[in-house]
Design a protein around this ligand. Structure first.
Ligand code: HEC
Ligand code: HEC
Length: 435
């Protein structure tokens, strides 16, 4: 048989080389694997080839993207051969040979089916097809003694899966949480120009179209989905994202300059974009590569303004940051961590500095719970405002730098109402700032 095939092939090649129409091959057609007898289950290898390999080779993401922004794809659980895939999945405890339908890999695939929140984001048919393919293949593996009873290899074939911490970090709900604290919370720095449905935004939409309505009225998750799919984020070169270059004024911007490199708004936007870019590029290999999650308190945007009067001329043209501390009546002292913060460039002449404040709370604290449930706000009372002036241009030189003791120029106590709106600012006298 081998001989005839070879001769036939050579004949075709020779004929083609002479520029003639190839003569019909002399040999019989290549032997096909015998079709399984009617009623018999197809082999694991056949199911693999027909149903798992297409998933492996598909350029499209699997149904996992519904809830995982990156770091996970069903492809990561498939190797080029059926046997290797079996050994690898079995080695990781993802296959249950006794009760194939209880296999963990099937549970991973099916998570979306039970989650009403995410229903409709991925066509159910896609997930069902993935599920059915794996279920059929696992059944076939379990029915094949050569696989079922195969001893664990000395070195199991490795899957391309990422450590659980990395998978967790890139879960959409986690990324959305970070978006809420880093981007959504800063929306008042963009006033209401980009907040969908506000009078200011409706006016701008008439002039510039829907593209200026990107702080979506559906809330942070909707805004994140929109931005991720838009041209405003450049994942290859995060610092070139229009979301940064427009408010910096590096690219002509209808709203003027709203960020300087290294200020809180820039730092928060940029960290979030850099984080997403690193996830998408697969740069996080293990827990040590991940940005510290719990290090920063969550931020909440407000339209409460803080104003400093009598700002010394010496601070003109510099980035000025205010950290606000609440009075703890029980302890009889100022709280250890700021409850609000803001920063902005001082005008060249000094004089007046004013900006909206972001509120700060660590996740899980009573304040964080109250602010998640309602409108974040501070009660009236006495507060301490610590003032930092970046005389050396530290933030501008390194956008990740945080102002600290070197920039601390002193503090001043205020009686604050923290009413919202431009006309109801809390005012502190910068002339009374002392160490
Ligand atoms: C409907 C949303 C949803 C879908 C779809 C989904 N997952 Fe998940 N996944 C989650 C959630 C939520 C968790 C965290 C579960 C927990 O902590 O108990 C998770 C956790 C995981 C983990 C464990 C990491 C850890 O936290 O320990 C892996 C691995 C995983 N998913 C893989 C997948 C794969 C592969 C797919 C696609 C076939 C997929 N997931 C589809 C929501 C989903
Ligand atoms: C006073 C109103 C105003 C403010 C405040 C403002 N913008 Fe804009 N922005 C505009 C206008 C008008 C446009 C449309 C013209 C243009 O593209 O520059 C625009 C466009 C943009 C675009 C491009 C949108 C697109 O899809 O093409 C981005 C990104 C942007 N702004 C970011 C910001 C950020 C970030 C802030 C806050 C830190 C901000 N803007 C504050 C008015 C404003």
């Amino acid at each position: 048989m081998y001989r005839t095939l070879l001769v036939g092939t050579l004949a075709v090649v020779a004929a083609a080389a002479c520029g003639q129409t190839p003569a019909p091959a002399l040999s019989e057609p290549a032997p096909q694997p015998a079709p399984p007898p009617a009623g018999a289950a197809p082999s694991a290898a056949a199911v693999f080839e027909q149903r798992l390999l297409p998933i492996f080779k598909s350029p499209n993401p699997s149904s996992c993207v519904q809830c995982h922004l990156a770091a996970v794809d069903l492809k990561d659980y498939i190797l080029p051969s059926s046997r290797d895939t079996f050994l690898a999945l079995r080695g990781q405890g993802l296959i249950d040979l006794k009760r194939p339908e209880d296999s963990k890999i099937l549970k991973l695939i099916n998570r979306g089916a039970a989650d009403p929140k995410t229903a409709g984001l991925i066509p159910a048919g896609k997930r069902q097809a993935e599920y059915d393919a794996f279920a059929a293949w696992i059944r076939a593996c379990a029915a094949d003694p050569a696989l079922r009873d195969a001893p664990p290899p000395e070195k199991a074939p490795a899957l391309a899966t990422k450590p659980a911490e990395v998978v967790r970090h890139a879960r959409k709900d986690r990324v959305a949480e970070s978006f809420e604290s880093n981007v959504w919370a800063m929306r008042f720095r963009c006033m209401n120009c980009h907040t969908e449905g506000t009078p200011q935004n409706l006016k701008l939409v008439k002039e510039h179209g829907d593209r200026v309505a990107w702080f979506k009225k559906g809330g942070p998750a909707a805004a994140m989905e929109y931005l991720l799919a838009s041209k405003l984020i450049d994942l290859d070169r995060p610092e070139r994202s229009l979301l940064l270059t427009k408010p910096l004024g590096e690219v002509k911007h209808g709203g003027g300059i709203k960020f300087v490199v290294g200020d809180q708004g820039y730092r928060a936007f940029r960290s979030w974009i850099e984080d997403v870019a690193a996830m998408k590029a697969g740069k996080y290999a293990g827990p040590a590569d991940l940005p510290a999650r719990a290090a920063a308190p969550k931020q909440y945007g407000t339209e409460a303004w803080l104003k400093l009067t009598n700002v010394p001329r010496a601070w003109g043209g510099k980035l000025l940051q205010t950290d606000v501390y609440a009075w703890d009546a029980k302890a009889g002292g100022w709280e250890a961590e700021p409850v609000a913060t803001s920063d902005r460039m001082v005008g060249d002449q000094g004089g007046v500095w004013q900006h909206t404040v972001s509120l700060l709370a660590r996740p899980g604290t009573p304040r964080a719970k109250a602010w998640a449930a309602g409108r974040p706000s501070l009660p009236p009372g006495k507060y301490l405002v610590k003032v930092y002036v970046d005389a050396g241009g530290k933030a501008m030189a390194d956008w990740k730098a945080v102002l600290g003791p070197d920039e601390h120029v002193g503090q001043v106590e205020v009686q604050a109402r923290w009413a919202e709106g431009y006309g109801a600012m809390t005012v502190a006298d910068a002339g009374r700032v002392r160490h």
